[in-house]
Ligand binder design. Structure first.
Ligand SMILES: CSC[C@H]1O[C@H](OP(=O)(O)O)[C@H](O)[C@@H]1O
Ligand SMILES: Nc1ncnc2[nH]cnc12
Length: 290
């Protein structure tokens, strides 16, 4: 199968331009439909698969995004590496609206989502100590250089359930006590599921606001977020173009083992596995389930 670079576009990023042989394709998955059709094509010679996380027209809330279907569909299309381009609030004075942060860690505060492909009848435990693929992160950082935006190399992304923004007390706690740098609502469980599907994953956080902690910036305001996203549209498009030329695909074996995450992860004895669940795992875990 053709290997592809996957891009998951967040708020404000609903399509990518300049693809050769561009085609929106619907992929059937055992986890239901993905957020939208997936845009396939070639950019800078690289086969691509682009998925608007919330769907074109922003249909899905952070809670109702079908994360499992999205990752499964990307896997079925041959995606080996996914870069998420996401709108985020900032907990750091020096990470200002308009800046990009190349995230390297996550804290998961989501509560209402399916967080795993595995379960009763096929139990698996993958490592998530380093949820971001360091090689892909390096490529994303390089791709973001020269876009004319201020870049921050490394940062902890806190994923909240939403859809409401944080209270000021939460915002202060996340920043002062928990050490988070940016906040969003979507990259978990996406990163967990990508790891289970043995897909390298990295996030470029586009800072849109100072959340609710900053004494000089009042509380987070969606109108302002949309304004910043609009102002960043060219930089986001430039990022995707240079990511395509960054060499993630064709995919060499991942030095961090993201693409072998299931090697020793499945605990359930073959004779005790649920055939229905095993069948649903054909794309995600077919490599190890046979
Ligand atoms: C439009 S502000 C809140 C919304 O934006 C972010 O989405 P995404 O990560 O898909 O760019 C955030 O997580 C919320 O879903
Ligand atoms: N302050 C914020 N909190 C959560 N998600 C966001 N997305 C953009 N800004 C955000």
């Amino acid at each position: 199968m053709t290997e592809r670079l996957g891009i998951i576009g967040g708020s404000g990023v609903y399509r990518i331009d300049d693809l050769e042989d561009a085609k929106w394709v619907a992929i059937d998955t055992p986890w239901g439909p993905s957020s939208d059709e997936i845009l396939t094509g070639t950019l800078a010679g690289t086969p691509m698969a682009f998925l608007p996380r919330h769907g074109r027209g922003h249909v899905h809330s952070p809670t109702t995004v079908p994360y499992r279907a999205n990752i499964d569909a990307m896997k079925r299309l041959g995606v080996t590496d996914i870069v998420s381009v996401s709108a985020c609030g900032s907990f750091r004075e020096h990470m200002a609206p308009g800046d990009f942060v190349i995230v390297d860690q996550f804290i998961d505060r989501t509560t209402l989502r399916d967080t795993s492909f595995f379960g009763t009848g096929c139990v698996a435990h993958v490592s998530l100590a380093h949820p971001v693929c360091d090689r892909l992160r390096g490529l994303a950082r390089k791709a973001a250089e020269g876009l004319g935006v201020t870049l921050h190399d490394g940062g902890t992304y806190l994923a909240m359930e939403g859809p409401q923004f944080s209270s000021m007390a939460e915002s202060r706690m996340f920043r002062e006590v928990w050490g988070a740098d940016v906040i969003g609502m979507t990259n978990m469980p996406e990163a967990r599921l990508a790891r289970e599907a043995e897909i390298c994953y990295a996030t470029v956080a586009m800072i849109t606001d100072y959340d609710s902690w900053h004494p000089d910036h009042g509380s987070v305001d969606i109108t302002e977020i949309i304004r910043v996203l609009g102002a960043n549209a060219d930089a986001a498009a430039g990022l995707v173009r240079s990511l395509a030329g960054a060499g993630a695909v064709p995919h060499a074996p991942c030095p961090h083992g993201c693409d072998r995450a299931l090697d020793h992860a499945i605990m359930t004895l073959p004779e005790r596995r649920d055939p229905e669940l095993v069948a649903r795992l054909d794309a995600v875990a077919g490599r190890v389930l046979g």
